[in-house]
Design a protein around this ligand. Structure first.
Ligand code: LLP
Length: 417
């Protein structure tokens, strides 16, 4: 469900014509629908209402302050992987005691920042990290609340770059050594074991891998109980997929039914870290056609957005539907939709059947709300694009377009040059 729909052949975001926004802010730009973000969050939240739970929205999928503030106002916590994401979360008003911190490479300064901020829990991914967190919290005379992130070794059947729960992935601790790791964690003076966490992968379109992971984790929790270690929080990570093309992922209700069924009457608070399923289909990237050209081999549509703005097609060969902002009757062509960057991997779609378009036409790259802006860069010295949020019949620029001055911010030329 989303609020991008046509009225008289014009694409609207809620009650605002996308064309009007393009004329006001220029292209390219990211556009988010407030009603869609809100609806997706509340649907997910409601799916788990019958058990004690905390939704920690995954900041890496979309960390715009306005987006985070909206979720904060709906009671969300935050899943973070860096000091920068912690800063954004706090700036947006997410309460620190609803923030969980995962990631294999937490730096000492980031750990100290999180301890001083009073986050809910560190999801620890290695023994050395555990030692460092203990040292930092001893120095600060604190007790660090921790969970161990375990790697349940299940195949989430997703793209290899975004699968995280297999033994060969760098994430978490092996199931086999987890009980030992818990035992040593309880021996540390300045950490407090409160949870267990896992995340099996992203864009997962079936419930079975989540249930498999859960069964393995439950077995581990039972072992821990025999060792006298009790768990208050079970963090299942994120990963629920969305429809980009023809996938039919489970609805959050089906996902929660499967998870709650597998959990039974366990006494802990369930933490979930959804990202994509909340924001993915709530955002689009709007771009303008600069030129069209035909080589002997194929048709090219050259647009003003590029792989630096949306890297998913280039990086994962990901599919994003492409729609016209203003529809008219046109024959269909097969074309590559490409950006201005000097790389052959700079494409938004390849061999795609789209209506014949002309220079000046506006296109909407759909389902770009997750891992869109957050993965963008300044490659080819391209200023990053604005982010706009629509609420009903108003739109707000929630991040301004970068200027050329922004591109060189912080750079300096040493005196010897
Ligand atoms: N929790 C942890 C520990 C994670 O590593 C991730 C995503 C999430 C939660 C949120 O997962 P989601 O619900 O969004 O699937 N850039 C890739 C996706 C990378 C996901 C990394 N981890 C993409 O564009 O598809």
């Amino acid at each position: 469900m989303h609020h991008f729909a046509y009225r008289d052949n014009h694409m609207f975001c809620e009650d605002v014509p996308v064309l009007e926004i393009a004329e006001s802010v220029g292209t390219p730009f990211y556009l988010y629908s407030h009603a869609t973000l809100r609806h997706h969050f509340l649907t997910f939240e409601k799916a788990f209402e019958r058990v004690p739970h905390l939704i920690c929205f995954s900041a890496k999928s979309n960390s715009n302050l306005a987006v985070l503030r909206l979720f904060a106002s709906l009671g969300s916590g935050l899943d973070i992987v860096s000091g920068g994401e912690l800063f954004r979360g706090l700036q947006a008003g997410i309460p620190p005691n609803r923030i969980v911190y995962s990631g294999v490479g937490k730096r000492e300064d980031e750990i100290v920042y999180a301890l001083q901020s009073g986050i809910l829990m560190f999801n620890i991914e290695s023994f050395q990290e555990l030692e460092l967190i203990n040292r930092c919290s001893a120095r600060l005379k604190k007790e660090a609340p921790i969970s161990l992130r375990v790697n349940p070794d299940v195949d989430s059947k997703t793209h290899p770059y975004i699968s995280t729960g297999l033994k060969e992935n760098k994430f978490g601790l092996d199931m086999e050594s987890a009980a030992e790791a818990y035992k040593s964690a309880t021996a540390f003076s300045h950490v407090k074991v409160i949870g267990i966490s896992c995340h099996i992968g992203s864009q997962v379109t079936e419930v079975a891998p989540f249930v498999d992971a859960l069964h393995r984790i439950k077995a581990l929790i039972a072992t821990l109980e025999t060792l006298g270690i009790s768990i208050s929080y079970l963090d299942l990570g994120g990963g629920l997929g969305i429809t980009y093309d023809r996938e039919s992922p489970p609805h959050p209700n089906e996902y929660s039914r499967a998870i709650l069924g597998a959990i039974g009457d366990s006494p802990f608070t369930l933490i979930l870290e959804p990202g994509r399923v909340i924001v993915g289909n709530a955002g689009i990237l709007v771009t303008r056609v600069l030129y069209t050209k035909r080589s002997e081999a194929k048709d090219f549509v050259i647009v003003d957005a590029a792989m630096n703005d949306l890297v998913r097609p280039s990086l994962y060969n990901a599919y994003h539907a492409i729609e016209r902002v203003v529809k008219d009757e046109k024959e269909t062509i097969k074309a590559d939709v490409v950006g201005p960057i000097c790389e052959s991997a700079d494409f938004l779609a390849r061999d795609r059947h789209i209506p014949r378009v002309e220079a000046g036409d506006l296109l909407a790259i759909m389902s770009a709300g997750a891992y869109g802006f957050t993965m963008s860069s300044n490659y080819n010295s391209r200023p990053r694009v604005p982010e706009v949020m629509v609420k009903q019949d108003q739109f707000y620029v929630v991040r301004a377009r970068e200027s050329y001055e922004d591109l060189i911010k912080g750079e300096s030329i040493p005196p010897f040059l």
